[in-house]
Design a protein around this ligand. Sequence first.
Ligand code: UDP
Length: 265
Amino acid sequence: MNRRRQIYEGKAKILYEGPEPGTIIQFFKDDATAFNAEKRGTIEGKGVINNRISEFLFTQLGGAGVPNHFIRRVNMREQLVRQVEIIPLEVIVRNVAAGSICKRLGLEEGTALPRSIIEFCYKNDALGDPLIAEEHITAFGWASPPELDEIIALSIRTNDYLSGLFAGIGIKLIDFKLEFGRIWENDILRILLADEISPDSCRLWDIKSGEKLDKDRFRRDLGGVSEAYHEVARRLGLLQDIGEAPNNVVDITKGKGKDKAKEEG
Ligand code: UDP
């Protein structure tokens, strides 16, 4: 029995009205999608792991000066967060070439980028989240110039912090996606990091072996998807809260839309 009001159901999460005004419950599902939702599947235990990993990373980032929406974890699959007005951008930070940038610029996967690069996509499923320039963001009013400056500064800080954190556990942070929201606090408009940070939204490679420990295992049918997510949690010291990896990773529809450059988080 669930009497909470559902606000939104996305591909990997459901949002419910929170217990106090201005709060939301994020429920993490095991569902996974890729290639603009043409490939769908279930990664058993993913919701539990992503809830825990995202809690850990947001808490750490909060301490490192990246204000964010996280309040507290409620249970294995749910966390309480502050309700923000989501800015319709996917902010992608890249350290090493992988995924769509390889196709777009003819780069070999694994090429170190000359410096970290920030890209923006317009968050719009119907359009397939197209790549946009900063000009579009301010011209269409999706974020003001000062908001965009803050988003960039927080994205760089997040990259610096997370790159170090993952390096410490033998993982290279290749790239990741962030979302931000705005909130009024004592008459001041603030930008908060929102959504989630997990192996769904990052590319994480084992430093020694180069093994992929992220959603690319699902996207590319590499197998061992759930195990890879568990490995990230284990290295972060979170596995005692979660339990061992199951062996069954179910892929409902395979192989569709593999030529597509864009996919869903
Ligand atoms: N990403 C995401 N949600 C999206 C698109 C990308 O979480 O809708 C993440 C993705 O997991 C990767 C990074 O952003 O860590 C860069 O993705 P890219 O643009 O290379 O897209 P892809 O090649 O995955 O289509």
